[in-house]
Design a protein around this ligand. Structure first.
Ligand code: GAR
Length: 224
């Protein structure tokens, strides 16, 4: 950890907030050089807001019904993020599509976590899509956000097996464990300035990355 100013995170949420919790935990344990500066939700009673407040983090509900367009909603969110001098926007179970205006304002500074191995199963209910399709492995993806639905450059992925007797719930739970690990890791790579986007590819500078990927894929398939 350096003495430099920590990366300021703005986390956008719509629900439970377990990924938010993982990010807060990593921050408090000094595993990431980043602080959650603000949490914003489009759902008034999102558990994630309550969770943020318990940690003394500014937690704000922005009401979509008070905005006529998605861009107008996003402008309100952007104002809040700017006031907090947010460097990186993290979508953590945020169930709205960002407007092109938002993407332009924070291009290459927005991350999302998705519960599937993109580009497979983008959009809603990714775990159910994977089960129905019959894949033998699935997992999760942290990626930069672009104008598409879950189409941005991929930063990190973790693989988990899909078992014959899996349900939506059991597969989601197995994937979630890895979401909580790779999201803080991806944030830390960003904080260290190690991520470079070359067209669609994210190159990670530094030496330990291949081993890191190996560790995650291997451990997921062969849990010790
Ligand atoms: C997570 O599984 C996340 O990957 C998913 O929503 C869940 C939020 O859980 N996101 C998406 O499906 C986005 N397309 P959480 O609120 O407990 O972090």
């Amino acid at each position: 950890m350096s003495g430099e100013k920590k990366l300021q995170l703005g986390v956008l949420v719509s629900g439970r907030g377990s990924n938010l919790q993982a990010i807060i935990d990593a921050s408090q344990a000094a595993k990431i050089d980043a602080l959650v500066a603000i949490v914003i939700s489009d759902v008034a009673d999102a558990r994630a807001l309550e969770l943020a407040r318990r940690h003394g983090i500014d937690a704000t509900f922005v009401d979509p019904r008070l905005h006529t367009t998605s861009e107008e909603f996003d402008r309100t969110v952007i104002d809040l993020l700017r006031k907090r001098e947010v460097d990186l926007v993290c979508l953590a179970g945020f169930m709205r599509l960002l407007s092109p205006h938002f993407i332009r304002e924070y291009r290459h500074n927005i991350m999302n976590i998705h519960p599937a191995l993109l580009p497979a199963f983008p959009g809603l209910h990714a775990q159910r899509q994977a089960l129905r399709y019959g894949v033998k492995v699935s997992g999760c993806t942290v990626h930069f956000v672009d104008e598409g639905v879950d189409t941005g450059p991929i930063i990190m992925q973790a693989v988990v097996p899909v078992l014959d007797d899996d349900t939506d719930e059991s597969l989601s739970a197995r994937i979630l464990t890895y979401e909580h690990q790779i999201y803080p890791q991806a944030i830390q790579l960003f904080a260290e300035g190690r991520l470079e986007i070359r067209d669609r590819r994210v190159v990670c500078h530094g030496t330990d990355t291949p081993q890191q990927y190996e560790k995650y894929t291997w451990r997921a398939i062969n849990p010790s």
